[in-house]
Design a binder for this molecule. Sequence first.
Ligand code: CFM
Length: 536
Amino acid sequence: MPSSSVPSPQVVKEELIRAYPKKIARKRAEQIVVNGPAAGGTLEIKANVRTTPGAITQRGCSYAGCKGVVIGPTRDILSITHGPIGCGFYSWLTRRNQTRPPSASDANYITYCLTTDMQEEQIVFGGEKKLKAAVEEAYNLFHPKAIAIFSTCPVGLIGDDVHAVAREMKEKLGINVFGFSCEGYRGVSQSAGHHIANNQLFKHVVGTAETPAREEGQFRINLLGEYNIGGDSFVIEDLLARCGVTLVATFSGNSTYDAFATAHTADLDCVMCHRSINYVAEMLEKKYGIPWLKVNFIGAEATAKSLRRIATYFDDPGLTARIEAVIEEEMPAVRAAAAEIQPRCKGKTAMLFVGGSRAHHYQTLFAEIGMKTVAAGYEFAHRDDYEGRKVLPTVKVDADSRNIEELKVTPHPTEYRPRKSPEEMERLRAAEIEMMDYKGMMPEMDEGTLVIDDIYQYDTQRLLELYKPSIFCAGIKEKYGVQKMGIPCKQLHSYDYGGPYAGFTGAVNFYREIDRMVNSKVWSYIQAPWQKRTTG
Ligand code: CFM
């Protein structure tokens, strides 16, 4: 609980808004919401709109969302950045998406940085020739199954047609080559890049391999929106295997090209990060009849609940028994760790400001050690991630969103097969397994907590001064500014050097890490002895 010296959230909101010019303040007032009653869920937040020019945002660009987030974790698609050297270089190994090829001779291109190194000459005369040469050179070096070409801002500005180049090279080399119009400026954030990546993956890769025999695994799922940061996917893969669930494809942690190509053969899509991948989930449902289910493997309780939801979906006594046995096996260690740590963390406060899903998911982990989330928000998520998918029909589509292609998807003439009958869907509804739905973050947050979309650096600083939370969760850009104010900052993007935090073992890792951070004495020594001490 914030101490009694913390002003009311309404006052804090006014305080934040007061700093901005009138027009900006009006817009910010709609992006900063004091959360209402959990059950009400009627509050509206403005999201997925342009950042105010000049404000220091946490956001990244469309190229980052496409290349770095969605496609990057796939080890055997060779990625080429078409653009100036900086775009390729500064996106090289910056996200901790791990991968594990089965043997040393299996392809793994994640450690490479390939770029066309665009120069003035290409800006003036066009860069397609150089791009073709780069694709050919990359092919001769690696002989990959597939090559992906990513557009950076100048590509769109000068009008290079990466798709035409991809088509030509596909023909010439006899491998799959596809391009992405993910110029950094498209959309208002990296969220646009996710959508562009989803579309192209779906168009060029998903469903391109032959349907494998149905016997290969009785309970076949895809895991969508799990990117193996700090090894999270490894933990989930292990859990699913022990439960007897077959993982056909993960989009895209520890993934391969072939896994994507056979994703249409799964019988259920489990969606972790709704924001970055809900488009693929929807398209798989429309084209192949695979229903999707929102899951969350962050937090021990959430993991148990997600596994049980998978059991309810498949409705098989053997599977249910195995899942219960795995939960039973894992929970004692989790309970013991939580019981040990809770007394030291209970009542402490957290703020979470990260991309599109983790600001929601990680609240569960904090709650498990008795910590309260007092403020949270997404960098780039949309209203449905805050308020739930029920608002989708009312979301205004602005020019920035219209800029991004919406694929027209229709049922596949031979491969469309609804996995559940209407009666079975009814059974799932009755069991409160909401298929194809996500309720969003706000209904699960307490009344009076602050929800802030696309938080600016100024807001961050004021929040820290006013609330003095026990911990602030964000990314590398925010980390040291926060810590200089005497408040520990946990990076929820990269996990600092830690993780995994998924599943049961991951939960214990997280409890211990947070305990270490919030109970360290170091924060009271932030100021030099000759400065007046105001924190700690
Ligand atoms: Fe999804 Fe992610 Fe996130 Fe995201 Fe990201 Fe990430 Fe993130 Mo950084 S896909 S929205 S674009 S959960 S890289 S693994 S941590 S901002 S909250």
